[in-house]
Design a protein around this ligand. Sequence first.
Ligand code: PEP
Ligand code: MG
Length: 898
Amino acid sequence: KPRVYRFGNKSADGDSKMKNLLGGKGANLAEMSTIGIPVPPGFTITTDVCTEYNILGKDATVDLIKEEVEKSILNIETQMGSVFGDKDNPLLISVRSGARVSMPGMMDTVLNLGLNDEVVIGLAKRTNNDQFAWDSYRRFIQMYGGVVLGMKPESKDDIDPFEEIMEHLKEKRGIHLDTEFSIQDLQDLVYDFKDAVKKRTGHDFPTNPWEQLWGAVMAVFDSWNGNRAIYYRNMHGYPADWGTAVNVQAMVYGNMGDNSGTGVCFTRDAGTGENVFNGEYLINAQGEDVVAGVRTPQQITKLGSQRWAELAKIDEVGRAENYPSLEELMPKIFNELNGYQNILEKHYRDMQDMEFTIQDGKLWILQTRNGKRTGAAMVKIAMDLLKEGMINEKEALLKIEPNKLDELLHPIFDPKALKRANVIAQGLPASPGAATGKIVFFAEEANKYKNSILVRIETSPEDLEGMNIAKGILTARGGMTSHAAVVARGMGKCCISGAGALKINYKTKTLTVDDHEYHDGDWISLNGSTGNIIEGKVATVEPELSGEFAEVMELADKYGVMKVRTNADTPKDAKVARNFGAQGIGLTRTEHMFFEVDRIKAMREMILADTVKGRKQALEELLPMQRADFEGIFEAMEGLSVTIRLLDPPLHEFVPHQLATQKELADDMHISLQAVKNKVSELEEFNPMLGHRGCRLGNTYPEITEMQTRAILEAALNLKERGVICKPEIMVPLVGTVKEFEMQEQIIRSTTNAVFEERKDSIEYLVGTMIEVPRAALMADLIAEKADFFSFGTNDLTQMTFGYSRDDAGKFLPIYIEKGILKVDPFEVIDQEGVGQLIEIATQRGRSVKPNLKIGICGEHGGEPSSVEYCYSVGMNYVSCSPFRVPIARLVSAQAAI
Ligand code: PEP
Ligand code: MG
């Protein structure tokens, strides 16, 4: 099997299906080359080699691939008509990482490789451009020094030795920009850079191009295990054993003068999804310059330029007219690019994010990939592609990333509050959304406040963690494709970039706009959809779930087989969930109703009562309250099944633990403080999660089950009288033995019969059980003989299968995940391997007795995409999740069935 795959000149060894082996970038380069897009020729060293490298180390890996790489370089030389390391006609190459999925800015790249003191002279002669040649050389040493020779600063506080040298020279020469260096300056920089390398590493900077190449290839492999990459991988759950491919490609130059340039473009708007070609470019620049956000880039299209000019005026930059679009400046190149973007979008049948370079009037496409986009854009693009006939309904559904839907479900600024808002400045609407929070200036401080807004001149990959924590991101520099913008869109985080009117001082931690100063901890709000930066806090409202979002949901329901219910404890939650499309309630935790102020008193009286009579008296007080709640919930869920669970948590959760409250309770109940204290300590348990809770309560205090059953059925009958259809399902928690269930069922049925008798009326209802104790899963056939339905309580089932206390796992789980003992938190993502066995056993044994047994899940996993998919695969009838996750679960239910 080859370890190296070539591409270029309208042919390639690989194709876009080989992402696992060639990485996303390599696979796409191969594919593009095959369909006739002008990509600079090159080759990809496979991800398998990365794995081999991790085992074998450098020398053995070089031996493995040397011959293939040498042949492939020869191939590039032939196509480009230049020679690697040649003094007169040099070929320069780039070396880049490329994992299966794009990890923007996470791994390393070396450009301009192949330069040395002799080659640089040849390059200058051939391009007739000394400035360009020496600038490329100094960039190369700088990048190589950083990436391969370990001279990159470890943290923000460290000084980049190369930057330091450049700053000194700028000071000495009285200049400000990199572009102002003279040829002599650049030559001095090269000399000083090499000197710095020697001092730092003890070795001369490598002059042999082959030595340079091998160093860079191995450094890219190493970067897969760098801190940034690991953080990114963990954040997205990508396994470490994927490895990265290495792409080696002929360099083309966007910095060869005013007939050259480089840019990034999108076939559709990544923020809104609108079908407009857009992007940014810089004349006379190299690739990294656009993304680094150092120079403000220009727009690709005339329309983009007009839109940008409107924003730029407001932010008082007032220089829009000096920034013509590519369409106006280089119409021929623009037309060619426009042609390719059409071809590529049609070919990949998705919005593309492309990088291009214009070298001396010739257009090269460096890269294309499915573009990152906001949740709103994702939904719009999927539905638009469907309407345009580019994809079918199933493909449209599969284009929706479940977790990203979340962005559309969260609040936006209240339009009324926005009218009064004091807009202090405007930037580019880089990633939509509404964010309100306190200003922080450093990514490491993002967790200082509950809600923070990260305010930076520009962001860099080191800021990733803080960007993830912050509610929103604001930068003074950079365009729509700057690091901040791209990363924020990927995270679905609100971001405003390039707000030029902001003066940010990291030392004093101040943000100045006009004459007004804002400090660390001051509130600001960002409207990522307009680019408005607003002083103070702004109220938010629920979003509207119409338009394309509703269309996607409708499609999902067309293909989804498994139903989606919700976990809701109040009529309000039930209504919200129904708006989100919940098809019933899978879990009402009745205890949550008892925690309200006026109810907790009655609840405490019940718990403190010494006699059954006293307990019943207190329960009488609770009955009408519960009944009213149930009526509200049934009404909100009219016509749909509602599962109500009997009291579950240990009683000690309800009694007061503070002296003052204990006194109050004693006075209220006319008993001694000591009596209250005694009861409280009596209820104390060493391990409440495994203690006196669940059906163990109902079986020791049957009057609780009686009262709750009565409240449920009376509520149902009341609604029936009013013509509202309700379908109650009573659920017994924490069952482990058949007998436990039988006892409860017997109480429920006899209470129900009594209620029916009293009311001279009846209603259909079910009595089922949770499966959340491992023993219940194993005894499922016996339990199914009695129970009308099963609902997996995977929170407890996970707790008891792993033996990890739900209350205490937070102490060690993060460390377990960090150390790789666990891949993910099993309380978040179902452990299919272990806990899954119990789920499968219970399902199969339950249905062996009752083939049509209704089975669902109501643990937190019911809204987590991979778990929902799993629930479908084991044949559940429904999942039940929190209201905000209902649309996500509906989508996954459809995706699983497709
Ligand atoms: C469960 O255990 O998964 C469950 C839904 O019940 P609770 O979280 O209330 O214990
Ligand atoms: Mg439970």
